[in-house]
Design a protein around this ligand. Structure first.
Ligand SMILES: C[S@@+](CC[C@H](N)C(=O)[O-])C[C@H]1O[C@@H](n2cnc3c(N)ncnc32)[C@H](O)[C@@H]1O
Length: 227
């Protein structure tokens, strides 16, 4: 049973609760699923952490690499929705504030259902495809890189092999002062050497300030500095 979260939209929270239960069963081995079908979701604490971070920084435009079934996306969507309510914005429903990328077709379908059940499908765009080519096409969009179209927050949570490539592309798509977060900096342990090399790489970039936060599987929080 997960704690009550009165500040989270009721419909979103109902879907989060259902997904949290599924995630718990998968992690404990109570249900057996193939690796390609597993949720591999962020932890509940990590979800709240991002939700607070996004609300406090008033982030609206969000890009996620690695949707799975949409658990993390729902925490982001709640933050965006709450901002619309604070600003009493009727136009919130008109824009896809959140773009999320997933290569696995069946997970895309599961995420679509979860977004629809949670009432956030009008603000979330799922792009099915390989992250590298989708990110390249987003970065070639004539609107990409223009101030109004830059992202406030990017979450990197797909394959780790291409992380430096993903990071470099999204760095050009994020606002100065915006944040790129990378999952799995500390766990699973077998990824640690690779993630440490990645941390070393981004900490040498002149326009990035970065730290590993030991929550969930370890979240790298990297801010793009004003150039
Ligand atoms: C750790 S899961 C994402 C979990 C999700 N962010 C959450 O917390 O609910 C990683 C996902 O990335 C997808 N993925 C892996 N490599 C990918 C790639 N190269 N392009 C797009 N998606 C990819 C996998 O299919 C998987 O669903």
């Amino acid at each position: 049973m997960i704690p009550r979260c009165p500040s989270i939209d009721k419909r979103i929270f109902e879907v989060l609760t259902r997904l949290e239960e599924q995630s718990r069963k998968e992690k404990s081995g109570e249900v057996k699923v193939k690796h390609k079908d597993a949720m591999l979701a962020i932890s509940f604490d990590t979800g709240i952490f991002f939700n607070i971070l996004l609300k406090a920084s008033k982030a609206k435009r969000i890009l996620e690499v690695g949707t799975s079934t949409g658990y993390s996306t729902l925490w982001f969507a709640d933050a965006v929705m709450s901002m619309g309510q604070r600003q009493n914005s009727q136009r919130l429903q008109d824009r896809k504030f959140i773009t999320t990328i997933e290569s696995n077709r069946s997970k895309v379908r599961r995420a679509e259902k979860n977004f629809s059940d949670a009432g956030v499908d009008s603000i979330v765009q799922i792009i099915q495809g390989q992250a590298r080519s989708v990110l390249h096409s987003i970065s070639k969009d004539p609107e990409a890189g223009k101030p109004g179209d830059l992202f406030d927050f990017v979450f990197l949570d797909a394959d780790k092999e291409n992380l430096p490539t993903y990071f470099n592309i999204v760095l050009s798509l994020v606002k100065p002062g915006g944040i790129i977060s990378t999952d799995n900096m500390l766990y699973p342990e077998e990824l640690r050497p690779q993630m440490q090399r990645f941390a070393k790489y981004i900490r040498k970039l002149p326009n990035v300030q970065s730290v590993t936060v030991p929550i969930g599987n370890g979240e790298e929080i990297s801010m793009k500095l004003v150039e």
